[in-house]
Design a protein around this ligand. Structure first.
Ligand code: 13P
Length: 253
């Protein structure tokens, strides 16, 4: 059985509460009736509660952009998995390259966050991907392998059913330079193969792997035509209801 496509919008550090509500109201209208694609949005933390109220009764899922591994305590500036659950987040994005690049995330801290999220019953969008330098050196598969082995350390088969991988080559993020469907498919195949080896053919077969990096309404269809591309993690283009909806409705194009 083919995996259910999964399109998620990562709003990053964009949108005030009012702007978030405007965008969500637009999305509720433009995505009405969508059933054959799962949709999630990840507004900034300050807008999550208001957006979760606005999304009541809608099939659009909510995601946190990050979380900390402790449940509560003296961790100034952090947000716990329990807090995200309370406001009806279904997913948490973990290990985004911007977190790795600017905020010191390592495979080890990514692993701790993933475990904490899964333990609280959140589903995880686990991001991996190489930099331009790593690709030019020809070590992109090695990097993906290291990120996967490190990020998924001690995570069991059952927990894997609540995890989605997002392959986001850093050189394609926000640059307008999308990986070609062929380049993305190669990486996705490699990731699935690695999961097959670490877990089982069944876990690998069921795993959804999103592509992220300059996804637009113009390139989504050719990306989704690839066997191992099961969805997209969309940044810039998810900030506009009309263009994000066109991505979600890629089958109608
Ligand atoms: P862009 O779609 O803006 O390239 O961002 C991709 C991304 O980082 C999503 O998490």
């Amino acid at each position: 059985m083919k995996r259910l496509p999964f399109i998620a919008g990562n709003w990053k550090m964009n949108k005030t509460v009012e702007e978030s509500l405007d965008l969500v109201r637009g999305l509720k209208v433009s995505l009405q009736g969508i059933e054959d694609v799962e949709v999630a949005i990840a507004p900034p933390f300050t807008a999550l509660y208001a957006v979760s109220q606005e999304l009541k009764g809608s099939s659009i899922h909510l995601a946190g952009q990050n979380l900390f591994w402790e449940e509560k305590g003296a961790f100034t500036g952090e947000i716990s998995p329990v807090m995200l659950k309370e406001i009806h987040c279904r997913y948490a994005i973990i290990g985004h390259s911007e977190r790795r690049q600017y905020f010191g995330e390592t495979d080890e801290t990514v692993n701790r966050r993933i475990k904490a999220a899964l333990k609280q019953g959140l589903k995880v969008i686990f991001c991996v991907g190489e930099t331009l330098e790593e690709r030019e050196k020809g070590i992109n598969f090695l990097v993906a392998e290291r990120q996967i082995e490190g990020g998924l350390k001690d995570i069991g088969e059952t927990a894997m059913q609540s995890l989605v991988v997002a392959y986001e080559p850093v050189w394609a993020i926000g640059t307008g330079k999308t990986a070609t469907p062929r380049q993305a498919e190669e990486a996705h195949q490699f990731i699935r193969q690695k999961i097959r080896f670490l877990y089982s053919p069944k876990i690998a077969e069921n795993l959804r792997i999103q592509y992220g990096g300059s996804v637009t309404p113009e390139n989504i269809k050719s990306l989704m035509a690839e066997e191992d591309i099961d969805g997209a993690l969309v940044g810039g283009t998810s900030l506009n209801a009309e263009s994000f909806s066109r991505i979600v409705r890629f089958k109608e194009m």
